[in-house]
Design a protein around this ligand. Structure first.
Ligand SMILES: O=C(CO)[C@@H](O)[C@H](O)[C@H](O)[C@H](O)COP(=O)(O)O
Ligand SMILES: [Zn+2]
Length: 199
C-alpha cells in the first residue's frame, strides 16, 4: 500500500475516533438517545412497535437495528417488536412503481403504523424525500417521530419530536455514529425489559 493510502486510512480512523468522542461528550445527542429509548419502551409496553427507515447504508442500519430488537442484542431474552421498512422488495417496488420512490416508506407507515408506535428515520443529509414524507405520515398518524441525521438536521429535524445531530462531516462517519447511537438505544430498551441479573 502506498504511503498516501496509508495516511488516508490513519486519518480516517483518527477522524472516526474524534467523532465518536464528540458523540460521547454531546449531551444533547444523548438526550435524544434517551428519548427514543423511553418512547420505545412505552410503546412496546402498550403493545406497539418501532418502525425504522433509511436509504443506502442507512437502510442497512435500519435493518440491523430492527433485527437486534427482534432477535437479540446483548443476551438471550424474549423478542421485541421492531420492523425496518426497507426489506420487503415487493412493497418497495410496487409502491415505488405505482406511487413514486418518495412514497416507499410513507405508505408503509400508513399501512402498519399505529398511534403510539415509534418511527425512527435515518438520513445523513436530513433531506431524503422518502424519509421526510414518512416522518410527516407518522406524525399525522400519532406516532412518536425521531430522526438521526448529520450535523445540521436538514429538513427532517422540523418534522421530528427530537433529532440526533451526529457530530461528524463525512457521510460514512455520520453513519458510524448513527449505528453506535442506535445500539445504545437498543441496549437501553433491552435492559429496561430484561434487567441483567446482578453478578
Ligand atoms: O452508505 C452510503 C455512504 O456511506 C450510501 O449508500 C448512502 O447511504 C446513500 O448515498 C444514501 O442515498 C444517502 O441518503 P441520506 O443519508 O442522505 O438520506
Ligand atoms: Zn456507507
Amino acid at each position: 500500500m502506498h504511503e498516501t493510502e496509508r495516511r488516508y486510512a490513519r486519518d480516517y480512523l483518527a477522524e472516526s475516533v474524534r467523532a465518536t468522542e464528540d458523540l460521547a461528550a454531546d449531551t444533547a445527542a444523548q438526550e435524544v438517545i434517551f428519548r427514543v429509548a423511553e418512547a420505545t419502551c412505552r410503546s412496546l409496553r402498550a403493545g406497539g412497535k418501532l418502525l425504522l427507515a433509511g436509504n443506502g447504508g442507512s437502510a442497512a442500519d435500519a435493518q440491523h437495528i430492527a433485527t437486534e430488537f427482534v432477535s437479540r442484542l446483548m443476551y438471550d431474552r424474549a423478542p421485541l417488536a421492531a420492523i425496518a421498512l426497507t426489506t420487503d422488495t415487493s412493497a418497495l417496488t410496487a409502491i415505488g412503481n405505482d406511487y413514486g420512490f418518495d412514497q416507499v416508506f410513507a405508505r408503509q407507515v400508513r399501512a402498519i403504523g399505529r398511534p403510539g408506535d415509534v418511527f425512527l428515520g435515518i438520513t445523513t443529509s436530513g433531506r431524503s424525500p422518502n424519509i421526510l414524507l414518512a416522518a410527516e405520515a407518522a406524525r399525522e398518524m400519532g406516532l412518536h417521530v425521531f430522526g438521526f441525521t448529520g450535523r445540521n438536521g436538514g429538513a427532517l429535524a422540523e418534522r421530528c419530536d427530537a433529532t440526533l445531530l451526529a457530530p461528524a462531516g463525512q457521510t460514512a462517519v455520520v453513519q458510524q455514529l448513527h449505528i453506535t447511537a442506535a445500539h445504545v438505544v437498543c441496549a437501553l430498551v433491552e435492559r429496561h425489559f430484561f434487567p441483567p441479573s446482578a453478578p
